[in-house]
Design a protein around this ligand. Structure first.
Ligand code: SF4
Ligand code: SF4
Length: 186
């Protein structure tokens, strides 16, 4: 299983992974000057004012290096953590293992107060980790698929540097464009 530093703590972004982009974000304070700031003196809409509200470029606008390193399983092992699964992911995992969803759930999934998570062995390894790596790689959950492009690793350059100290694939190999990072992020 992903070690505790890699795996998600119970956070809203992973407990409710299907939230649409932007859900929960703080709305612009239109009633406190925001609306006025987007209008010119004669009341007409002011394009320049709207431009000022555009989202700034992320610090990784020039892209990021990442290639998972052969033989490394660091994010599937270690201290206790969580790998969240929703119904669709569970069905895909069950199909990949040739099990009925209920049987897959019984063998490999645990319930937590925050949702369902893949079971881990006593040593913290993900129960789906085999000698050659992930045994369900093609059907692995979104949380695994999007690693290491998680919000907590992308927030600042320092967050990415902290991740890179634990993930030997960070800053290596393939260069991901900013758009690719955004598409891949969890
Ligand atoms: S290189 Fe990084 S992403 Fe790949 S298994 Fe190791 S810790 Fe995980
Ligand atoms: S499902 Fe696969 S990729 Fe995800 S933590 Fe388990 S072994 Fe690793």
């Amino acid at each position: 299983m992903m070690n505790a530093e890699f795996r998600a703590p119970p956070s809203p972004s992973r407990v409710a992974p299907s939230l649409p982009a932007g859900a929960g974000e703080t709305p612009l304070p239109l009633g406190e000057g925001g609306e006025e700031a987007a209008r010119s003196a004669d009341g007409a809409a002011a394009p320049l004012g709207l431009a000022a509200l555009a989202t700034p470029e992320p610090w990784y606008a020039a892209g990021l290096g990442f290639s998972c390193q052969p033989g490394c399983t660091a994010c599937c092992t270690g201290e206790p953590g969580y790998v969240w699964v929703d119904e669709g992911e569970l069905a895909a995992l069950a199909a990949a293992t040739g099990l009925a969803p209920d049987e897959f759930r019984r063998r490999y999934v645990r319930r937590t107060p925050y949702g369902e998570s893949i079971t881990e062995r006593a040593n913290g390894d993900c129960i789906l980790l085999g000698a050659e790596g992930c045994t369900v790689y093609a059907a692995r959950p979104r949380q695994c698929r999007s690693f290491p492009f998680w919000d907590e690793h992308l927030r600042t350059e320092a967050d990415w540097a902290r991740l890179a100290a634990r993930c030997p694939g960070a800053n290596q190999g393939r260069r991901w464009s900013c758009a690719e990072v955004e598409e891949a992020r969890g």
